[in-house]
Design a protein around this ligand. Structure first.
Ligand SMILES: [Zn+2]
Length: 277
């Protein structure tokens, strides 16, 4: 059963990568992504395949990690017997509410940030997703994998995310499907299924630029993003908003000119003040 779950998760990653590529990429990898998806769908047992097809017509997020005994996509608290069944992993379990396929990932990175107190004013703009302590104005990294490592370790050190080792591994696995480096020297490495809090990102800058992927795409601006399953769709919107903002040369230059965390945070806040409310 675990191998079926792995197979389904692999399929899920490909489907969501294709959505990203449709929204922010140039479409050049659509054919190969479609082929890989068709191949994996074809290999599913017939009953699972029809269930997959039914679910994915409604929403492209079909797989839902169980977190704290709940379905992390719809939030439904699962009956104890089902929590145990998901843990045992002997039969395929569906959420009783949203019918997504449930699975458990024991060593997944988790969001461990400080929850805002009830009286605190609601955060606005980019501070909903990041913080000055998650800015690296001068990355030491000399390639994409090192940059992801540096940013992930900072997220753990600053107590936003646990298990940076897994975070790095998952981000690199996602990069292996399709590089997240874009035109204009920006990359959006990311990991889904980081439950426990909100979408969070760290930002690293390399003034000289570093080769980010196998093709040697040079990147200066790297957002490492952790995404709870429930906001998978919002992540695509955020990525579009950031892409649109940093298409503008002046906004990129402001990030690159920052000399410390404070300046970088201010430049990011200023550049995104109209697109992220
Ligand atoms: Zn659910």
């Amino acid at each position: 059963m675990q191998s079926l779950i792995n197979h389904l998760n692999q399929l899920q990653d490909l489907v969501l990568t294709r959505d990203e590529h449709r929204q922010t990429g140039d479409g050049s990898h659509l054919d190969s992504l479609n082929d890989s998806i068709d191949e994996l769908v074809e290999k599913l047992p017939p009953d699972v395949r029809s269930h997959w097809q039914l679910l994915s017509k409604r929403d492209h997020v079909v797989m839902s990690p169980m977190y704290n005994g709940s379905c992390s996509v719809c939030g439904m608290r699962l009956p104890i017997a089902q929590v145990q069944a998901v843990r045992m992993c002997k039969t395929l379990q569906n959420c009783p509410s949203c019918t997504r396929i449930l699975f458990e990932e024991n060593d997944a990175p988790q969001w461990i940030g400080e929850r805002p107190s009830r009286n605190a004013p609601r955060k606005s703009g980019v501070s909903r997703f990041s913080a000055p302590s998650l800015m690296i104005p001068a990355l030491k990294a000399t390639n994409g994998a090192e940059a992801i490592t540096e940013l992930a370790q900072l997220m753990e050190e600053m107590k936003f995310i646990s298990r940076s080792d897994r975070l790095i591994q998952n981000a690199l696995e996602r990069e292996a499907i399709l590089s997240t480096a874009m035109e204009n020297g920006i990359a959006f490495p990311h990991v889904r299924g980081v439950e426990g809090g909100g979408l969070t990102f760290a930002l690293g800058i390399s003034k000289e630029g570093i080769p980010f992927d196998e093709d040697g795409t040079i990147v200066n601006i790297i957002f490492l993003i952790t995404i709870p399953s429930a906001v998978s769709a919002f992540y695509l919107r955020l990525m579009s908003m950031l892409t649109e903002t940093f298409i503008k040369e002046q906004h990129r230059q402001a990030l690159l000119a920052s000399e410390n965390q404070d300046q970088l945070w201010k430049a990011l806040t200023k550049a995104t003040r109209y697109c992220i409310k």
